[in-house]
Design a protein around this ligand. Structure first.
Ligand code: ADP
Length: 397
């Protein structure tokens, strides 16, 4: 087949991967797969470029693979399916936090890897696992170049006023500020938006990345000027298991009155809140939308309400709005959620097209609507593959 770029997205219990063949302008997907439950009951599934299941495997409960075992199993599978002419020329990784320093995709060496550890406390759910995958591969296959692509990089255009918290300056200076995340997804949307809506691409757009993690990004001329995610990836919207914006006084109450320490609060706000916490049922939007339990309906209502509020806030920050874009698992697939968000955005000039929304778009606003609404699938993996290739060829990603 030829030169391959492997994109990895390592989470706490999963390892997602996409194998690209580096051809022409746009790398082509060869395989797309994931390991899930790597610490409990590992499962592996991979699909080929036609979306057909190419391999599947399950490990018995009590036989955790861990990240190292998953990487090992990935290479073992690769040895079986790839031909002798295939060569992995690079591995590209999603790394959630690059702080203020890492503003573009970076070829990783031992020094940089150590430096990126500094951001672990700022993204405890993601960063340690992102870095673990890089470290394991560096040890196992030191000759393969690895590129870290950061979810924060796209947001370095956010103006200082929108980055700052109203804390004494010394904290801002030491990096306590809003960074924003989901940048690879927003960057992809920014790269394709001109093909959908030239006016919005030059103007003011809010992109709603609604997946397990959820956020909104305000773009002016395709550049990020504000994001609902902040210092950490727990800020802003309500998410699958994360609470989103929380009065900081709640933290003090939890410490003083409930005897919770930092670790207990971390678990609460990252893993036990959001759709899961409010519904008490599930973090999965599909489950909640089909559940007859009133707590599921309440969780969905709060999810939409929080988006509505933040949409207004970002529209104000932009001084008006030309388009809303829905993307990621919920944004791309859930017509009922899009409908509720769009209905709540009618005051901004949106004339919603119910039929087009049911059909999945891409345009879900009516002809002549002052504010346009779009459904655009994101592709963070392609962005990483492109960046990886560019970083290795010495061009800025
Ligand atoms: P991640 O942040 O893990 O990449 P995704 O972007 O895959 O997450 O989004 C996962 C979310 O998308 C889940 O809440 C899931 O229920 C939701 N989702 C996927 N398909 C649908 C659908 N058809 N209707 C409603 N929600 C959906």
């Amino acid at each position: 087949m030829g030169d391959l770029i492997v994109v990895l997205n390592a989470g706490s219990s999963s390892l997602k991967f996409t194998v690209y063949v580096d051809q022409g302008e746009k790398p082509g997907v060869l395989y797309d797969g994931q390991f899930e439950g790597i610490l409990t009951e590992p499962r592996f599934k991979v699909k080929d470029s036609a979306g057909q299941v190419a391999a599947e495997k399950k490990w018995p409960p009590g036989k955790p693979l861990g990240h190292e075992g998953a990487v090992e199993a990935l290479f073992a599978w690769g040895r079986d399916v790839l031909s002798s002419t295939d060569r992995i020329v690079a591995m590209g990784h999603r790394v959630v936090h690059g702080g203020l320093e890492y503003t573009r995709p970076t070829v990783v060496n031992a020094h940089i890897l150590g430096d990126l550890e500094r951001f672990v406390p700022l993204a405890p759910l993601h960063q340690p696992h992102n870095l673990a995958a890089i470290r394991i591969i560096a040890k196992r296959n030191p000759a393969i170049p690895q590129v870290a692509c950061f979810d924060t990089s796209f947001h370095t255009t956010i103006p200082a006023v929108a980055q700052a918290f109203a804390l004494p300056r010394k904290f801002t200076e030491q990096g306590v500020r809003r960074y924003g995340f989901h940048g690879l997804s927003y960057e992809y949307i920014a790269s394709v938006l001109p093909g959908y809506d030239a006016k919005a691409a030059e103007g003011r757009t809010i992109v709603a990345h609604l997946g397990n993690g959820a956020s909104l990004c305000a773009m002016k001329g395709l550049k990020s000027v504000a994001c609902t995610l902040g210092f950490t990836a727990v800020e802003g919207l309500m998410m699958g298991t994360r609470c989103g914006a929380l009065d900081p006084g709640v933290m003090l109450y939890l410490m003083d009155e409930c005897g919770m320490d930092a670790r207990a609060i971390e678990k609460l706000i990252y893993q036990e809140s959001g759709l899961l916490g409010v519904s008490g049922i599930s973090s999965d939007m599909r489950t909640l939308l089909t559940s007859p339990d009133p707590r599921a309906a309440e969780a969905v209502e709060l999810f939409v309400y929080r988006i509505t509020r933040e949409l207004g806030s970002l529209a104000a920050a932009l001084g008006g709005l030309d388009a809303i874009v829905f993307t990621a698992g919920i944004g791309e697939n859930s017509a009922p959620i899009r409908k509720r968000v769009c209905r709540s955005a009618e005051w901004l000039g949106l004339q919603f097209d119910e039929k087009a929304n049911e059909a999945g778009g891409p345009c879900i606003s009516r002809e002549g609507s002052r504010l346009k609404a779009w459904v655009i699938p994101t592709d963070e993996e392609l962005m990483i593959a492109l960046h990886t290739r560019q970083a290795l060829s010495g061009k800025a990603g």
